[in-house]
Design a protein. Structure first.
Length: 56
């Protein structure tokens, strides 16, 4: 059996791949940042803050 250690961030528009060990887990999904986990609900949470990713 192969163990998964990396996953794409669960935020639909995010491009990040995150280590499951370092990810923020919300509702059994893995996110690269708190902004993504929150669904970018605050106006100052545009993007995840990672270089090269402009998720919204």
């Amino acid at each position: 059996m192969i163990a998964v250690t990396m996953m794409k961030c669960a935020c639909k528009s995010c491009l990040c791949v995150v280590s499951i060990a370092d990810a923020i887990k919300e509702n059994d999904q893995y996110y690269c940042s708190q902004a993504c986990a929150n669904g970018h609900v605050n106006e100052n949470e545009k993007g995840c803050g990672h270089k090269g990713c402009g998720c919204v």
